[in-house]
Every structure is written in structure tokens, then in C-alpha cells.
Design a protein around this ligand. Structure first.
Ligand SMILES: Nc1ncnc2c1ncn2[C@@H]1O[C@H](COP(=O)(O)OP(=O)(O)O)[C@@H](O)[C@H]1O
Ligand SMILES: [Mg+2]
Length: 158
């Protein structure tokens, strides 16, 4: 597990950049943390570094949003799902086994159906100083890449 302190939006942007250096088609990023933790913000920064030109907005009401102009970029908010059966109704395998990037907010809701090579990022938000504590976990090539990239990265303290 990797633990990081994200002090501000600039740190979040830098982390997003580091994440995109580990991007390869098929990558899945799972974001958990309370409302306002920064899940959508992190997704927006990741999109920016992957040159997604459309403005990425929270998919709470659409549940899954697709951005496919220059790559397959899928953004899901599982908040309103009861369980993984609801996800199958959305044809979720299409996104899980895509040739792009699949980012899921509130991924804990459907964790049982996500591949073990998914990268899990949990954000704990301290409302008083607006600092975020991030825990990143997972296994497989995407997580291993992040572990390597973040280990020697001066931008983050932990
Ligand atoms: N690292 C950060 N530092 C300061 N403000 C942040 C940070 N991350 C997110 N925010 C702000 O917190 C608010 C809520 O973030 P959002 O990404 O919508 O949270 P979530 O998707 O987890 O509900 C936004 O106004 C955003 O600008
Ligand atoms: Mg959100």
C-alpha cells in the first residue's frame, strides 16, 4: 500500500500526471472516499493529462459517461447502485474489459466484480485544513508501475 498526503489541487494534479504515466489500455482505477473527497477532481486531472478535451463532469445521474474522441475514457459513479447486479444491467463488462481507461467513483459498491488488477485509491478528507490522505492499493502491472513511480517521487510526502 502507498500512502500519500495531498495538500492542495496542485498536488492532486501532479498525482494525476503520475497515474497517467502508468496508463495502458485496460487500466481500471477505483476511487473511494466521502462526498467532497476529490474523486471527480482527480478524474478531471487524469482526463486532462490524457488530453480528453470534453469537460469531465460528475456522472452521478448518468452513472457512466463515455469520452471517446481521442481514446476510450469511461467514468462511472456507482453511488446509486445497490450492488453488482445493478452494474451488470449497465453492461459493465464492456467497460471493465475495454481498450481504454475505466475510472469508477464509489467503486466499493461493486468491488466483488472488479478484476484484481484494478488500482484502488481511497481518499480521506480533513475538512479543517482541506488536506487529503490517499491510500493506494492493488496488485498487478498497473499498481506495480505506480508503486515504482511514486517511490522516488519528490512531489509527495507520506
Ligand atoms: N486536493 C484538493 N485540495 C483542495 N480542494 C480539493 C482537492 N480535491 C478536491 N478539492 C475540491 O473539493 C471539492 C469536491 O471535490 P469532488 O472532486 O467533487 O469530490 P467527490 O467527487 O469525491 O465528491 C471541489 O470543489 C474540489 O475543487
Ligand atoms: Mg464525485
Amino acid at each position: 500500500m502507498i500512502e500519500l498526503i495531498i495538500e492542495n489541487l496542485d498536488d492532486m494534479d501532479k498525482l494525476a500526471h503520475t497515474i497517467t504515466t502508468c496508463y495502458k489500455p485496460g487500466m481500471i482505477i477505483c476511487l473511494d472516499g466521502d462526498l467532497g473527497a476529490g474523486k471527480t477532481t482527480l478524474t478531471q486531472f487524469i482526463g486532462k493529462h490524457l488530453k480528453i478535451e470534453d469537460y469531465i463532469t460528475s456522472p452521478t445521474f448518468n452513472i457512466i459517461k463515455e469520452y471517446t474522441d481521442n481514446m476510450e475514457f469511461y467514468h462511472m459513479d456507482a453511488y446509486r447502485l445497490e450492488n453488482s447486479d445493478d452494474a451488470y444491467d449497465l453492461d459493465i463488462d464492456r467497460y471493465i474489459y475495454s481498450d481504454g481507461l475505466f475510472i469508477i467513483e464509489w467503486a466499493d459498491r461493486i468491488r466483488d466484480i472488479l478484476p484484481d488488477y484494478s488500482v484502488y485509491i481511497n481518499i480521506v478528507f480533513n475538512i479543517e485544513d482541506s488536506m487529503r490522505k490517499l491510500s493506494i492499493s492493488g496488485k498487478g502491472k498497473y499498481y506495480d508501475c505506480l508503486l515504482e513511480e511514486l517511490k522516488n517521487n519528490e512531489n509527495f510526502r507520506n
